[in-house]
Design a protein around this ligand. Structure first.
Ligand SMILES: [Ca+2]
Length: 78
């Protein structure tokens, strides 16, 4: 798991560096001039939105599972 995070982190840094270079060279547009290309910002927004949706779904699912349901008490052992 640590390796996966390291690989993703490395990829993010590489993409970030390429992005900054591409913006500086004028290959990619950058509407807010923060050095991160618009295409990448849009992609990151999409991914963040998707992840938030997934997190919400998981939270809802957990709530459903952990919610106490009336009339579903465990039978007492004899
Ligand atoms: Ca930007």
């Amino acid at each position: 798991m640590g390796n996966v995070i390291a690989i993703i982190g490395t990829l993010v840094i590489i993409v970030g560096v390429i992005s900054v270079i591409a913006v500086k060279k004028g290959w990619l547009s950058d509407r807010d001039n923060d050095g991160i290309a618009d295409v990448i910002e849009d992609k990151v927004d999409d991914v963040v939105d998707a992840v938030e949706d997934k997190v919400d779904n998981v939270k809802e699912a957990v709530k459903k599972v952990t919610r106490k349901k009336p009339g579903r008490k465990r039978k007492p052992r004899k």
